[in-house]
Design a protein around this ligand. Structure first.
Ligand code: BMA
Length: 332
């Protein structure tokens, strides 16, 4: 049975929303754009790089209600002000594929890897591509359906690449959304296995529906600092956004994983890290959605957390790395 989730959830007090939020919107994009959100962000070759999701032209038709989805590219010197490139940067030419979305970026050994979700005619998949210039991407791997939401670790651990992922077991989980966060390893980023359950939805007090990965983890002295997304559903919610009905709320959680064996959780905050509280999070295409896709640890100890808000705009929040670790280790 799923538990009750509080009607009102708050962000952790250590979280500071950036005064320039939202830091990227459709108005900043020089091609057809409507919803700009769920971006992957990293630092690469001295610049901040963002690959963002763009759902464009709301038609209310078809399975998604938009004419299409593409991935745009932006660069920045400060991680706050962005220069959006003229054209989308990534597409997959394949009859089977409907769209790619929700990118997450991880730099490993000087190359930038992008995980992304893929809707296909025969299920939801996740892909991993690699690039050195954000013009040419080579796809290294695609999951079997239904499994998406992947995020890579920035280095090998005990000789293996590691990733988070979120399979969608249905029969075995009571025929409902009861989806959990998993971790897998690979010798070469192409073949993945030794999958383990990392965090189950029933162990997250602010989720009663499903959870999954958010941004790729960042390395700290105390462990891998790891965000995740958590969803609660409330049947009394009705029209919450542009669609006729939207009963879910997305928050972000935070946990700390063992440096040597990241399938071990050292601690997890029992409360959300970021919950939808301000106008641009509470009011958009889908109200009350927070979805981090990028976390950057600065030399100063500041952690930049990039997140999609209300499936409509891209935002930035910051927190001190030690405060985030404390949320996990002193969890109440
Ligand atoms: C999930 C994904 C995310 C999105 C979320 C809320 O299923 O599609 O991209 O942010 O729903 O709509």
């Amino acid at each position: 049975m799923s538990h009750e989730v509080d009607k009102i959830l708050y962000s952790a007090s250590v979280i500071k929303r950036h005064e320039k939020n939202p830091i990227l919107t459709a108005e900043d994009v020089p091609f057809d754009a409507t919803l700009i959100f769920n971006a992957g962000v990293t630092k690469y070759q001295g610049k901040y790089v963002m690959v963002f999701r763009n759902d464009y032209n709301y038609t209310k038709q078809g399975p998604f209600g938009f004419e299409g989805t593409n991935l745009g590219l932006a660069f920045s010197d400060d991680g706050i002000n962005w220069e959006v490139q003229k054209k989308p940067c990534f597409s997959l030419e394949d009859e089977e594929i409907i769209r790619a979305y929700d990118p997450r970026l991880t730099v490993i050994d000087g190359k930038c890897y992008m995980c992304f979700a893929v809707d296909t005619k025969h299920g939801l998949r996740g892909g991993i591509a690699v690039t050195e210039d954000f013009e040419k991407f080579d796809v290294l791997h695609m999951t079997a359906p239904d499994n998406r939401n992947m995020a890579l670790f920035p280095e090998k651990i005990n000789g293996k690449y590691m990733r988070f992922e979120r399979p969608f077991p249905v029969y075995s989980r009571g025929g409902k959304d009861r989806f959990d966060m998993w971790i897998s390893e690979s010798p070469d980023l192409k073949y993945w296995g030794n999958s383990k359950l990392l965090l189950a939805v029933e162990n997250v007090p602010f989720a009663n529906d499903k959870i999954g990965p958010a941004a790729p983890p960042i390395k700290t002295e105390k462990g891998w600092l790891t965000s995740f997304h958590a969803v609660d559903i409330d049947s009394s919610r009705g029209k919450n956004g542009w669609e006729d009905t939207w009963k879910k709320r997305y928050t972000s959680g935070i946990m700390l994983l063992d440096l040597e064996d990241p399938s071990k959780i050292i601690g997890m905050s029992k409360k959300p890290l970021i919950a939808p509280e301000v106008q641009y999070e509470k009011d958009g295409f889908r109200n009350d959605v927070i979805f981090p896709g990028g976390m950057i640890l600065e030399d100063s100890g500041e952690v930049k957390i990039y997140y999609g808000a209300a499936d409509t705009v891209e935002c930035l929040a910051t927190a001190d790395v030690n405060d985030l670790i404390k949320l996990c280790t002193e969890a109440k």
